[in-house]
Write a protein that binds this ligand. Structure first.
Ligand code: FES
Length: 310
């Protein structure tokens, strides 16, 4: 029987001419290989073991066999005290049992010849492999643990992302959406992800827009204060209201969020809509040759505080 089979306890077991032999009560499994070997069929007050090779069909409503009624009572009587019940998840792949059904496995003394010996050998091998693995594990624990601890405490400076763009290549006072491949550091894992930011190159420190509202309101972190430059503002593309992406509207010289129409000035300052705070600025550095790098971070949305997400 190579197709998927569901055994539903209580369905009739029928002979070749459609005569009812009894009802399915349990399913017999081998212990070591979890193979279905027989069905326990109740015929009036007695339970008989019907070998699986005499079953011709199992459907949701009935089981068909090649066994004649007069032959059925010759099959061995099932003695429940000699067997152990196991939960449904014990069933082999391709065989299912309806919820609440009982599954039975064969006890030690009726295993196939050699099976017990094979079991013992397998158990010995399994234990040996486990002991060796444990020893290797312990010997590796210290250096690996050290590595993990060191990586888990990787300082933020390691998260600087080179954007591959230079300040002098950006237009003045015109936001540019820039995508890049960021590597996010999560404990000891480094996961490359596609990210984007808004880059705004200001005309100069005297440009009033060069001071983002984050700084005015004191929402920026000490890191951002240290790593900010009046020539450049880097804005997160995520709207602090509910996480949509505001777009730059050249004609109006405003960022407008398409979802609930929050409106922001070129430096991220809110001038309308439901957003609870300005667009979030990100720490940025400008190298001597003008190369820009940022720390890409995300912040909680829907709240006035600029709360960094872990
Ligand atoms: S998500 Fe931007 S305004 Fe609501």
């Amino acid at each position: 029987m190579d197709k998927e089979v569901t055994y539903r306890v209580g369905i009739p077991v029928l002979g070749p001419r459609g005569e009812t032999l009894g009802r399915l009560e349990k399913v017999l499994l081998t212990e070591s290989r979890h193979l279905v070997t027989g069905l326990i069929v109740r015929a009036l007050e007695s339970l008989h073991i019907l070998p699986l090779d005499r079953v011709t069909e199992v459907s949701a409503s009935e089981i068909r066999t090649s066994v004649l009624p007069e032959e059925f009572h010759k099959f061995p009587v099932f003695d429940p005290t000699q067997y152990e019940e196991v939960p449904p998840w014990f069933f082999p792949p391709g065989h299912h049992i309806e919820l609440g059904a009982l599954v039975t496995i064969r006890p030690l003394d009726v295993r196939e010849q050699g099976e017990e010996e094979a079991m013992t050998r397998r158990a010995f091998m399994g234990r040996s492999v486990a002991i060796v693995a444990a020893a290797i594990g312990v010997s590796l624990l210290v250096p690996i643990g050290g590595y993990i601890m060191a990586a888990a405490t990787t300082p933020m400076k390691d998260s600087w992302q080179d954007l591959g763009v230079k300040l002098q290549d950006l237009p003045l006072d015109e936001p540019v959406g820039h995508s890049f491949r960021a590597v996010s550091v999560s404990g000891w894992m480094r996961v490359p992800e596609e990210k984007s930011v808004w880059l705004i190159r200001h005309s100069g420190p005297s440009d009033p827009a060069s001071k983002p509202e984050d700084q005015v309101l004191g929402l920026d972190s000490p890191l951002e204060r240290k790593d900010s430059d009046p020539r450049l503002t880097v804005l997160s593309p995520i709207c602090p209201h509910l996480g949509c992406e505001p777009q730059w509207h050249k004609g109006q010289k405003l960022f407008i969020c398409p979802c609930h129409h929050s409106i922001y000035q070129i430096n991220g300052k809110r001038i309308g809509g439901p957003a609870p705070r300005p667009m979030d600025t990100l720490p940025a550095r400008i190298a001597e040759d003008g190369a820009i790098s940022v720390i890409y971070e995300q912040f909680a949305i829907g709240i006035a505080a600029k709360k960094r997400l872990a």
